[in-house]
Write a protein that binds this ligand. Structure first.
Ligand SMILES: Cc1ncc(C[n+]2csc(CCOP(=O)(O)OP(=O)(O)O)c2C)c(N)n1
Ligand SMILES: [Mg+2]
Length: 586
């Protein structure tokens, strides 16, 4: 078979290699310049193509999909501002270590910087947010060019899925014709493919059965001396802690087994993979720390002798500040060996895989450390104060969202107050809840799309807990519900603006607090129900919420449950609960 023209051939080879390198999902936004890529993707049975209209939402959807699935997702757009609209999600993917293969179509080189339509400088558009960048050469009927294209694709996927995973960017120029229209072969046209050329170059054109270059990479293992040093520190510790921050902390069972063997409680961020799951039966997993790690409480506590920290920096400021106050040995374990510790209190950086490290230490630790009664009691007091609280506030909504989520479920949590409320009030459960959020760069711009992307990767029920500004930011993302057949329960905490700003000193400076920070908008989100064909319910008390929430979890389709709340009152309740916990613990 002869390809009708060289752009078609080039795109087919690129996409063939993407599939062989393991990319099974592509999120594609419409445009002309990317036509060869879109058609080549659409033509394949082994790649699921998910079409999106808005590139910003598309990119966040791809991010959520890749995050939930743990496998790379390709992301395709046309030239110009379309590519720039991928940027926020690329930044988040970089910081949160999510594998994306971004393919931006471009004009041929000679049209750059010429005033040509829809042509911007796409060179290194995402700066150092990408693990790999290449400005591909234009399609050409050359054996070496096609082999280099295959190698480039394999290399990009390997970098996207490496340690740490992250986004990669290939800028892909195409000259017309972009469609699979027949073009005469050279010398009549430079865009054609000579009859028989493909059969003569099978390796370049058809590649191999698997990837053109298969990448095999090993993992970093600690040598015996390093393991012995850590094991001795664990053994001799009277008190120790495991802190699991947001993001991938590695094998939860292995970490729990280590914590149990060492006798170290786990302070588990809700997005760490350690807060929820059957392993909570095997080790003490605590989630109330944000409510009790106050200097007034911890002043008399003995410092832990050693702290093992996994994942990114914890969401909880109280926990970060506690870690900064203790004079413990603090071991940051990171498979990529990155310096992600902004309180500058770490004493050791251990570049290795958390799971295997934890398992190796289990075998070297004979007896668990002493109990830590102060911490145990603090967790219990926090739990009882919160359980007794009857004031309706946003934290109670977060608590119910977690407590009543089905097992299993995928729970996506927005930034700002939702993630903080889940952190403090959404205590551990043995249910298999996959709790995700965008904590890499903590934007509120693509929350809905990220959640729906995550939901598209699983048969789990999907629950999104979001705020009104985050919801407003990404209403375009709601289109994916109907277009891609995704069902969700969306819990929209509407406090008419940015409730988080009540937590900041700027609250006292009104004006301009209201007009410039809290920014009430008065929007009636029921309109999104008509626009996107959703079921929408507004509730203003917790009993009504419980009823709607349960009903939604049992129902097909998407229900938005808008909980009308007062940000300031909610914040005062948070302060009051914390004061009560601190008072009882002093
Ligand atoms: C893209 C982006 N713009 C601005 C911010 C700063 N910001 C952080 S939280 C917040 C308000 C969020 O409001 P909402 O989603 O309603 O949640 P709430 O604070 O009310 O819980 C803003 C504007 C951000 N994180 N990301
Ligand atoms: Mg709000």
């Amino acid at each position: 078979m002869t390809a009708p023209n060289r752009a078609t051939l080039h795109a087919r080879v690129l996409v063939d290699e993407l599939a062989k390198a393991g990319v099974r999902v592509a999120v594609v936004a419409p445009g002309s310049r990317s036509t060869p890529l879109t058609l080549a993707l659409d033509d394949r049975d082994d790649v699921t193509v998910l079409s999106h209209l808005d590139e910003r939402s598309a990119a966040f959807f791809a991010l959520g999909r890749a995050k939930r699935a743990g496998t790379p997702v390709a992301l395709v757009c046309t030239s110009g501002t379309a590519a720039a609209n991928f940027h926020p999600a690329v930044v988040e993917a970089s910081r949160a270590r999510v594998p994306l293969v971004v393919l931006t179509a471009d004009r041929p080189r000679e049209l750059r910087d010429s005033g040509a339509n829809q042509t911007i400088d796409q060179t290194r558009l995402y700066g150092d947010a990408v693990r790999h960048y290449a400005d591909l050469p234009e399609p050409a009927i050359e054996d070496r060019r096609l082999r280099s294209l295959r190698v480039r694709v394999d290399r990009s996927v390997a970098d996207a899925t490496g340690v740490p995973p992250g986004p990669v960017h290939l800028n892909v120029p195409f000259a017309k014709p972009l469609e699979p229209t027949d073009v005469p072969a050279p010398p009549d046209s430079p865009h054609g493919v000579p009859e028989g050329w493909e059969a003569d170059h099978p390796l370049a054109v058809a590649g191999r059965d698997g990837p053109f270059v298969a990448t095999t990479s090993g993992r970093t293992h600690l040598d015996d001396a390093a393991l012995a040093d850590l094991a001795t520190a664990v053994e001799s510790a009277e008190r120790g802690l495991v802190v699991a921050g947001p993001g991938d902390c590695g094998d939860a069972d292995a970490l729990a087994a280590f914590a149990a063997a060492a006798g170290f409680p786990i302070l588990a961020d809700p997005l760490s993979g350690l807060r929820y799951g059957p392993h909570v039966d095997d080790a003490p997993v605590y989630g109330g720390y944000d409510g009790y790690l106050d200097p007034a409480v911890t002043a008399d506590w003995p410092d832990p002798d050693i702290v093992f920290r996994f994942g990114a920096s914890p969401t909880s400021k109280a926990l970060r500040e506690y870690l900064a106050r203790t004079r413990s040995r603090q071991v940051v374990v990171d498979p990529a060996g990155e310096w992600r510790e902004a309180t500058f209190t770490a004493s050791d950086l251990v570049a290795t895989d958390p799971g295997p490290l934890a398992s190796s230490l289990v075998g070297r630790v004979d007896a668990p450390a002493e109990a830590w009664p102060e911490l145990e009691r603090a967790e219990a007091v926090h739990e009882s104060v919160v359980a007794e609280a009857d004031a309706p506030f946003e934290g109670a909504v977060a608590r119910r969202v977690v407590a009543a989520a089905p097992d299993p479920a995928t729970l996506f949590v927005s930034n700002s107050m939702p993630v903080r409320d889940v952190d403090r009030f959404g205590g551990p459960r043995r249910a298999a809840l996959t709790a995700l959020g965008n904590r890499g760069a903590s934007g509120i711009d693509g929350i809905t799309s990220s959640a729906l992307g995550a939901g598209s990767a699983t048969d789990d029920p999907l629950v999104l807990l979001t705020g009104d500004l985050a919801y407003y930011h990404d209403t375009n993302g709601l289109l994916a519900l109907g277009r891609l057949g995704i069902d969700a329960t969306v819990v929209l905490v509407n406090n008419d603006g940015g409730g988080i700003f009540h937590m900041l000193p700027v609250e006292a400076f009104d004006p301009p607090f209201e007009s410039q920070f809290r920014t009430p908008h008065g929007l009636d989100f029921t309109a999104t129900a008509d626009l996107y064909d959703l079921e929408f319910a507004r509730v203003d008390d917790l009993d009504a919420f419980d009823e709607r929430y349960r009903a939604s979890l049992d129902a097909p389709g998407t229900q938005v449950i808008e909980v009308v709340s007062d940000a300031e009152r909610s914040h005062r309740v948070r302060e009051d609960l914390k004061a009560r916990v601190v008072e009882r613990l002093r």
